[in-house]
Ligand binder design. Sequence first.
Ligand code: BES
Ligand code: MN
Ligand code: ZN
Length: 495
Amino acid sequence: MQYIASGSNAARQPSDCVVVGAYTKRGLNSAAEAIDTAAGGYLSKLAKSGDLPGTRGATTLLRNLPGVRAKSVLVVGCGNKSDFCLKQIEAATEAAVRALSNTSVKSISLNLGGNAARFTDSARVASASIAAAHRAMYTFDQLKTSKARSTAKIGKIEFGFSTRAACNKAKAEFKTAHAIAEGVSLAKDLGNLPANICTPDYLAKTSKKFASAYQNVTVQVMGMKDLKRLGMGAFISVTQGADRPPRLIVMRYKGAAAKEAPVALVGKGITFDTGGISLKSPAAMDEMKYDMCGAGAVIGAFKTVAMLQPKLNLVAVVAACENMPSGNATRPGDIVTTMAGHTVEILNTDAEGRLILCDALTYTKKFKPKAIIDVATLTGACVIALGEHFSGLMSPHDGLANDLLQSGMQAGDTAWRMPVTEDYQSKLSSNFADFANVGGRPAGATTAACFLWRFMKDQNWAHLDVAGSAWKSGKQKGATGRPVGLLAHYILNQG
Ligand code: BES
Ligand code: MN
Ligand code: ZN
């Protein structure tokens, strides 16, 4: 994809299609006004007769307008002018690119909001628009024998801004925004692939490729023998019912001196979660192929960083296995010993994410990271609490929590802070072991975080529960690639 920022009048933009905005109550945005002037009042006539889209996301394609250089003009409804903000620029961009995906258009000029006085930050407009354009162009048809016809042909995007300074600020964002889009796209592919293809070893092989594709990257892949050697009794208790072997993946990116403490990411990579002996009910169980989306996001964010080569160190650890019932599977009531030495009573084998993560988190401490952030589709309770719009963020560390919230807003990939405090720890008490792996239904997302926190004492740590944000259900079923944007922005802010 090629990106350009230009200050040229919309009527002179050389793309196949020029995209402009219309607000409700017949208002044209400034680029639409420029087209209108060049085309002798063509758009204002349409607006008057009510033939321009005002409602958000609606589009109208006009061809061969007099006085306009581009072959076509796409008018996108932008909703009320007074609430037009970054989120709506994203929505309008996504709608525009979707509308053009089935056409022969190869290059577009986007003029949505860049000229509005309220959006002095063209960098954010550019990065949000690039994310939105990629979202609209993403297809996952690799497993269909006849490829979907809607493969996007757009290879060039021009951004129209009114000043040279705005253009320059936008240009500086292109590389970062593109690398994030690539990371998001990888995370989506990994999520959408079914569990018979995206196995623990598939995640390992995908990660391994980074070592040869990018500079300053090393990747280590460990298996069952290593888990035993490291004493990862909790991780082993989850994988032992599965025939496919587990993988513990360690990706390292070294962009700064060795003495610089790295940022560490840890991802939950359950490639399929049946619940184990505490078997899940059949409804929507197919969606448990997405239970590796934490791992997918960590791998995606790592790719973004490897592409951009910033001056910082990063460690990414992925714990990958399947949670299956079998004659060798863990039974409710079984007690195992974690790598950190605590005994855990497994009261519910479906609370497996925290079991693989606690050992992966303990292992990650050895890199002496300045911050550890784990990402997991950890609890249904988080979906009930937040739905799909926000990832759950739990951290006892205000500085780290605020940095992550901020990065989420920068990326348009937002999180909402939820409690992790000592008040909830007693829920995890066990009559037979140091503690149990479940804490009951109330505050389920928080008690899960409290379980992990027990392994992260004296460590700057945050937990992102992406059970609601990592994929969409229903008609639009598919991975979202979240929270790659949040993670990438956070990491890049450290450089
Ligand atoms: N992967 C699930 C969480 C999940 C469920 C994410 C549904 C998205 C949609 C996790 O392993 C799990 O099963 N958690 C249990 C925990 C409970 C047994 C304490 C849950 O949320 O029901
Ligand atoms: Mn589970
Ligand atoms: Zn799970």
